[in-house]
Design a protein around this ligand. Structure first.
Ligand code: COA
Length: 203
């Protein structure tokens, strides 16, 4: 039987009680393609603390009725005084984009059982409703770019680009290289560069 889920919106310090669970979730699911991120729990907790310290930051959670986390999406104003958006804001400015009234979305991850059921649509609609209420007029996020022939690409991998386009986001010509600890084909980890592309939408 299908388990009922609900979406909750947490803002600023309301995120604090979720830091441990979301951090563990990030470590687990970011190891997978396309991220291949071999992160550490202590770093992730610090990173999520950054969201909880920004009053206009958002954590949108998809939860089962028993409270079990099924997915999440993060965000904060692009010009917030936070390490979370410092680089993103700089890249946008360097590329000639106006950063005023732009809201930055971090990552969205759903557990595999909750994918392909329209949950992303519900999360995006909810986060955009809240962001518009805060009077932001544009949204952006960054997605990792992977070649078709990547050796770690699963055979059943669904490229999320068409989903982002369906939700009204467009890829920009702003591409940046990020270096982070990466899961390698043999399961070991080492620092590697990854190309990221910025996507934008007028709200
Ligand atoms: C990427 C991800 C967030 C998408 O969420 P999802 O809920 O599985 O997305 P869905 O398949 O339900 O699709 C969402 C919408 O896009 C539409 N869509 C799906 N595939 C599409 C395609 N190829 N072309 C056009 N539209 C498409 C769906 O119809 C749905 O729209 P609707 O609700 O208006 O019908 C989710 O699969 C996930 O967590 N993946 C792993 C992590 C990841 O890659 N995250 C990327 C963002 S950081």
């Amino acid at each position: 039987m299908e388990t009922a889920t609900k979406i909750n919106v947490l803002k600023g310090e309301e995120i604090i009680p979720y830091i441990d669970e979301v951090s563990a979730f990030r470590i687990r699911y970011f190891r997978e393609f396309p991220y291949l991120y071999a992160g550490s729990l202590s770093y992730e907790k610090e990173y999520m603390k950054g969201y909880s310290q920004e009053p206009q930051a958002l954590l949108i959670v998809l939860e089962r009725e028993d409270g079990k986390l099924q997915g999440f999406s993060t965000g904060m104003p692009l010009t917030a005084d936070s390490d979370v958006v410092k680089d993103a804001c700089q890249y946008f400015r360097k590329a000639g984009y106006d950063t005023d009234n732009v809201y930055y979305f971090g990552e969205t991850i759903l557990v595999p059982e909750q994918r392909g059921k329209g949950n992303y649509t519900k999360i995006v609609q909810e986060r955009e409703r809240v962001v518009k209420e805060m009077e932001y007029t544009r949204a952006c996020f960054m997605a990792v770019k992977r070649e078709e022939t990547h050796p770690q690409r699963p055979a059943d991998y669904r490229e999320p680009g068409p989903i982002f386009s369906h939700m009204g986001y467009q890829p920009t010509d702003v591409e940046v290289s990020f270096n982070y600890p990466t899961v390698l084909p043999d399961g070991a980890s080492a620092d590697r560069d990854h190309q990221m592309v910025y996507w934008v939408k007028s709200l």
